[in-house]
Write a protein that binds this ligand. Sequence first.
Ligand code: ASP
Length: 343
Amino acid sequence: MIKIKNVLLSAALILTSPHLISKEAPIAIAIHGGAGTIERENFTPMQEKAYKAVLTTAVESGYRVLDKGGDSLDAITAAIQILEQSTYFNAGKGAVYTYEGKHELDASIMDGRNRQAGAVSGVKHIESPIQLARLVMENSVHVMLSGDGAEQFAQQQGIPLVNNTLFDTPRRYEALLKAKKKLDSAKDETKNFQAAHRALPTNYKVGTVGAVALDKNGNLAAGTSTGGMTAKRFGRIGDAPVIGAGTFAENESCAVSATGHGEYFIRYNVASDICARVKYQNKSIAQAGDEVINQVLKPIGGSGGVIIVDATGNIEMVFNTSGMYRASKSNTQATHVGIFKTQ
Ligand code: ASP
């Protein structure tokens, strides 16, 4: 009788133990490699496979950090650095060219637990702009450093400067030549470079990489890194390094990284608008993302997309273009990789 009582007691203890009844803490990561006119018919099966392989490697390396109990900032940094190293994406190696034939890189990162943030803009000699953005967040009293000053700071932090040619790729150079041809012919006709730039098809202008993640401690983080737009001029800076536009993270709402026509994303404060709808209007990230990308930006010609993760591990990847390089993984969802509307 006593034996049975003890067994029942142990069973009751096991069942009510907070550790055993608590669900596994959610972890989640999503990444993107740019949105734009990305159509399946322009890819060979080999190319599609190759892009998907890099996206898989990046998302899984970020996920591994989370799975080992690591921090969301470390997870997104790991994933973004893989994309910066790949020549397929417009960030780090493979960055687009400026009108002058150089590369100027922008990046930012945000910590959702305290809204700390770091950003660099217009840097020319930094191999991993996301790493430098993180150092700005962690080791400087500022949020955004630009150009030469950002590079001086990098050297103080022990980051070596690299040659700008490190980012060169023949594919992006060809895109520059095509873009310049269009721009220069339009310039002759209209004598208005700005109008010509506006008329340039989106595909010539966009690309970017980013990541958002939730770690087991409930901390959200977001980061974005880009070469900006092909043939950009006059020190143009896009949305990627602008906190609230291209990147935003706050534990109480969501984490967002954006890609697309940066001028629109800056003016419409896209990343923080999505999180504000979640926070103040109690909307799901699916609804908030759809509203901003499809109902606010699309009608005014703001093309692009976002990846979003919330504090419970939901993931959304929303875009109003024909494609967006993307991948995600969580403790309840196997690795998902997509490029086109239909995956
Ligand atoms: N948003 C980036 C920029 O405007 C480009 C992109 O995401 O494709 O610089």
